[in-house]
Write a protein that binds this ligand. Structure first.
Ligand code: PLP
Length: 388
């Protein structure tokens, strides 16, 4: 189809041409004396995105799913109890991964559309007098439902219960896009992936660890090899990696960090908030609902509920085949009920207005009763009035 494909899935996201150009490099010797000049500054600059001065960042050649495994297998012991709230597909998959690794997983179901209930969490942690729970697994941004949780609130619940469990935060669709502060929020292990806020192809699991989490690695009896944090840390100390790194991905990451830090993290968060708010105004103008309930909306992805007699899959396929737009599908429990607009990474008002217009056309084609132009008009109004 002529023209460009408009990528509005919530990852992989659009890769800016500066990053693509930076990645277009010949292969090089990753044991050369100059390789540390590439890796060491990346690991330092990542700390500015994860907002940690006391912690440490690591990059594994893998994806976000592996990030869960790195955090759990390095900081916990075989069979440890972990607590997780399940309110979407990624929390579900994280719980499943923990089960497969042999952890004792305590799962609390939450209605999809809401996030971690802090009062419940605090009560549960207070009940756990023997401190059997060793980690709280918190999905910061549930990409399947477009829900953002209050991670500082999770830390407060742990502190109010005087509970020593580690706090793990899945920031795969949050870090590098919406507010995240590893040190200030007392997060022990935070997990990101390269293909969302970092605007790169998939292929890197990017993690931040607190000193408490790093100390836990020394006491962990969990078997690991490829994902050994100790091996990674030992090599990283001198600016190297324990196995062959993907150098183009590292060049891309270096450029991504430059772009993020040049814009400034506060500005990146504010940009995503404006983008998300414009989409929410469009949804309201269409007379539709978001999957996220009041107070839980994410600034990186919006899941939009179609009327009960319609199938969101048809909207997605029309959008793709007729208008060359890629939208996110509804996953698992919300399959067919929602479609998702990703507004994460390299995105601005006008690009996103293209998505809103394309979505309107695809909804109208599928008999969804909305007023043509209503969502676009609401978003335009908001973007114009809030533009600097
Ligand atoms: N966690 C969240 C919140 C995600 O959105 C995703 C992927 O979309 C993952 C984990 C899994 O990451 P990956 O697909 O990179 O393995």
């Amino acid at each position: 189809m002529a023209g460009r494909n408009h990528l509005f899935v919530p990852g992989p996201t659009n890769t800016p041409h500066e990053i693509l150009s930076a990645m277009h490099v010949p292969m090089e010797d990753h044991r050369s004396p100059i390789f540390p000049k590439l890796l060491s500054p990346i690991l330092e600059d990542l700390k500015k995105v994860f907002r940690t001065e006391t912690g440490q960042c690591f990059v594994f050649p893998a994806t976000g799913t592996a990030g869960w495994e790195v955090a759990m297998t390095n900081c916990l012991n075989m069979g440890d109890k972990v607590l997780i709230y399940r309110f979407g597909q990624f929390g579900h998959l994280w719980a499943e991964a923990a089960k497969k690794l042999g952890f004792d997983v305590e799962i609390h179901q939450v209605e999809w559309g809401k996030g971690i209930p802090l009062d419940h969490l605090e009560t549960r942690l207070k009940e756990d007098k023997n401190h059997e729970i060793k980690a709280v697994l918190a999905t910061h941004n549930e990409t399947s439902t477009g829900v953002t949780c209050d991670i500082p609130g999770v830390r407060k619940a742990l502190d109010a219960a005087n509970h020593p469990a580690l706090l793990f935060s899945d920031g795969v669709s949050a870090i590098g896009s919406i507010d995240f502060r590893q040190d200030e929020w007392g997060v022990d292990a935070s997990i990101a992936g390269s293909q969302k806020g970092f605007m790169l192809p998939a292929g890197l699991a990017i993690l931040g660890f607190s000193q408490k989490a790093l100390a836990a690695v020394d006491n962990s009896n969990f078997p690991r090899s490829f994902f050994s944090l100790k091996d990674m840390a030992a090599s990283n100390k001198d600016g190297y990696t324990p196995y062959t790194p993907s150098t183009p991905m590292l060049y891309g990451l270096r450029k991504a960090l430059e772009l993020l830090l040049e814009e400034g993290m506060e500005n990146v968060y504010a940009r995503h908030h404006r983008l998300g708010e414009g989409v929410r105004r469009a949804v309201a103008a269409w007379g539709l609902q978001t999957c996220a309930q009041e107070g839980w909306a994410s600034d990186t992805v919006t899941a939009i509920v179609v009327p009960a007699d319609k199938d969101a899959r048809h909207v997605i396929s029309t959008a793709y085949s007729k208008y060359n737009i890629s939208l996110g599908a509804g996953l698992s429990e919300v399959a067919g009920k929602v479609f998702r607009i990703g507004h994460v990474g390299d995105m601005n008002d006008v690009s996103l207005l293209g998505a809103i217009a394309g979505v309107e056309m695809a909804m109208l084609d599928n008999g969804i009763d909305i007023k043509p132009g209503s969502g676009v008009a609401a978003a335009i109004e908001y973007y114009r009035s809030s533009a600097k």
